[in-house]
Design a protein around this ligand. Sequence first.
Ligand code: SF4
Length: 259
Amino acid sequence: MKSFFPPPPAAEDAPLPYLGPPAFVQWLKVNRRAHQRPGLASVVVSLKPIGGTPGDATTAQMVGLADLVDRYGFGELRVSPEQNLILPHIRNGDLLALWEGLSDLGLATANHNLATDIVACPGLDYCNLANARAIPLAQALSLAIESAGLSDVAGTLRIKLSGCINACGHHHIADLGILGVDKRGEEFYQITLGGRAGEEAAVGEISGPSLSADAVPPAVVRVLRAYLALRKPGEPFAHALQRLSHDPFKEALYDRAAA
Ligand code: SF4
């Protein structure tokens, strides 16, 4: 495997540029990942603009990005299973210039692994196997979460959508998974909570009756609000679910307090 991924050339051990425009500092905080080599950073280019189609990029954006990668990233770019792009080797001293270039291309959304970094399969818009649309719901969710001011404050929280049980959107291993189902010829969505990838992998648990497309964004916003109200400082969503059980989040999902 190592022969496919030769290490990048050594870089000068420059410090991280924590000063700059506030939007740059926020992007650095959210989209930069540590690198094993001093002086380098790994950067996630989010393809999840608020209200956009998850994972989409235009030809002009990809051509512009290729130029940036040649200039600042040793010509290396990878595609992530989260429908984002990764620039694995960026010199610390080039991060500001890279961010400026990404901003010009509309590719500097600072939401890697946040609630608006939503993964969605093509769903009924493009896939013959689908029960329900996924892309328009992902767009509506992204807008609802952002306008509720919850994307940043909720921290790392993975939301994933699949248009059918084939699960190409990996909804079953998301903190909050959404599965398109067919209910007497109509598009509905089943919500799962508590899915996890990685070493503590778990399949999410179905929360209850499926919801219509219109009902999903406000229901998800209520779950995020419940999480913010109930979590301990810094507690990830998955740990809050384990500590409190799924019950308070199901209550929020179905708005039982208001019923
Ligand atoms: S999960 Fe289903 S609808 Fe989505 S891409 Fe896969 S087969 Fe198609």
